[in-house]
Write a protein that binds this ligand. Structure first.
Ligand SMILES: Cc1cc2nc3c(=O)[nH]c(=O)nc-3n(C[C@H](O)[C@H](O)[C@H](O)COP(=O)(O)O)c2cc1C
Ligand SMILES: CC(C)CC(=O)C(=O)O
Length: 350
């Protein structure tokens, strides 16, 4: 990958040129009419920044500590499935790049490399593990134990998927399974000698969160919370962080843009736990807007996939480096010394 790619959208174009079209569509698409996919990015464009001047702020500090994990920048790698569709090294390449960028990678339960092998390939990486609670709680526990044993530092429990989103583009392409030779290695069931399918089940409830809470000492992050009432319930159930997300518009179409949901959730949480968010972050200025509205940090899904498909580990490193530089640059232009100085008064709705 030698071309100059100055923006995330250039990485998307490069990825599109390299990927099998059905795989590009799987990564890019959303549910239904993709109202939410489009809203996620459009909402950032409707938020304006109002910089301060003459503050003598110096070079900005952008590191964050979340649930005991240190990250050199407030941009985490969101959990995304099937990285080997984008690059033969798959999640190993992503993890090496995240380690080099000194940020947290949230490994998807639907990874195409086993979490143990991700750790082995990138021993310096800080990994959190994303879980879809499986109705067979003994199997869920086996997965949690693997994540713990591999050294993952938090459990990110995705709760926006009581059923799988309907993505018309995948249906048109007939994309419903991984190609020969690729599997969801974290779903391996050694007792049965097979890989189980991921079950997305509408029976999952707050009781399962309580069971998880008792099952593990890892901090639990609830991913996919959009309703303020659920944010308050989550606190009652002892979660360590909330993660505002509409799954990149891939689950329920018509959910508002993530960044528009953020202020109400932040108000409901009242500073009790960190609030993370993802959806539509494509620029450092988007990161700054989300953090000004109360996010402790953000995560990126598709941008990482575009980097991986465009240039493997090096491509992901460049995407993360680009976002880091853009966050620093945006803070400097806002006259701020640190992400901690971000506050809602910096953002205007236009
Ligand atoms: C290709 C793809 C696969 C995804 N796989 C998962 C997953 O396995 N688990 C999960 O919790 N979220 C998954 N997500 C959702 C992301 O974690 C994240 O919420 C979303 O991508 C954020 O939006 P963005 O792509 O605009 O950054 C996936 C998203 C994409 C695009
Ligand atoms: C394999 C799927 C469960 C991954 C996912 O969450 C997604 O495609 O959005």
């Amino acid at each position: 990958m030698t071309a100059v790619l100055p923006a995330i959208r250039d990485f998307e174009a490069a990825a599109r040129a390299r990927l099998d079209p059905a795989h590009y569509d799987y990564f890019a698409c959303g549910a239904g009419d993709e109202v939410t996919v489009k809203a996620n990015e459009a909402a950032f464009a409707r938020l304006a920044l109002l910089p301060r001047v003459l503050r003598g702020a110096g070079s900005p500090r952008i590191g964050v500590t979340l649930l005991g994990s240190r990250a050199a920048m407030p941009v985490l790698v969101a959990p995304t499935a099937f990285h080997r569709l984008a690059d033969p090294e798959g999640e190993k390449a992503t993890a090496r790049a995240a380690a080099a960028a000194e940020t947290v990678m949230i490994v998807s339960m639907a990874a195409t490399v086993a979490v143990e092998d991700v750790v082995a390939a990138a021993p310096g990486a800080t990994l959190w593990f994303q879980l879809y609670v499986q109705p067979d709680m003994a199997f869920t526990e086996a997965i949690v134990r693997r994540a713990e044993a591999a050294g993952c530092a938090a459990l990110v429990v995705t709760v926006d998927s009581p059923a799988r989103g309907r993505r018309d583009q995948d249906v048109r392409n007939g994309f419903d399974d991984l190609p020969e030779g690729m599997r969801c290695e974290n779903l391996r069931d050694d007792d049965r000698g097979t890989v189980r399918p991921i079950v997305m089940s509408p029976v999952i409830s707050w009781e399962h969160v309580d069971l998880l809470r008792r099952m593990t000492r890892l901090p639990i992050v609830l991913k996919g919370v959009t309703h303020p009432a659920d944010a308050r319930l989550a606190l009652d159930h002892g979660v360590s962080a909330l993660y505002v997300s509409n799954h990149g518009g891939r689950q329920l179409d018509g959910v508002p843009a993530s960044v528009d949901l953020l202020p109400e959730i932040v108000a409901a949480v009242g500073g009790a736990v960190p609030v993370l968010m993802d959806g539509g972050i494509r620029r450092g200025t988007d990161v700054v807007k989300a953090m000004a509205l109360g996010a402790s940090a953000v995560a990126v899904g598709r941008p990482v996939i575009w980097g991986l498909a465009a240039g493997g580990e090096c491509g992901v490193a460049r995407v993360l480096g680009l976002l880091r530089d853009e966050v620093e640059h945006a803070l400097t232009l806002c006259g701020l010394a640190s992400t901690h100085d971000l506050e809602p008064g910096l953002v205007r709705r236009c």
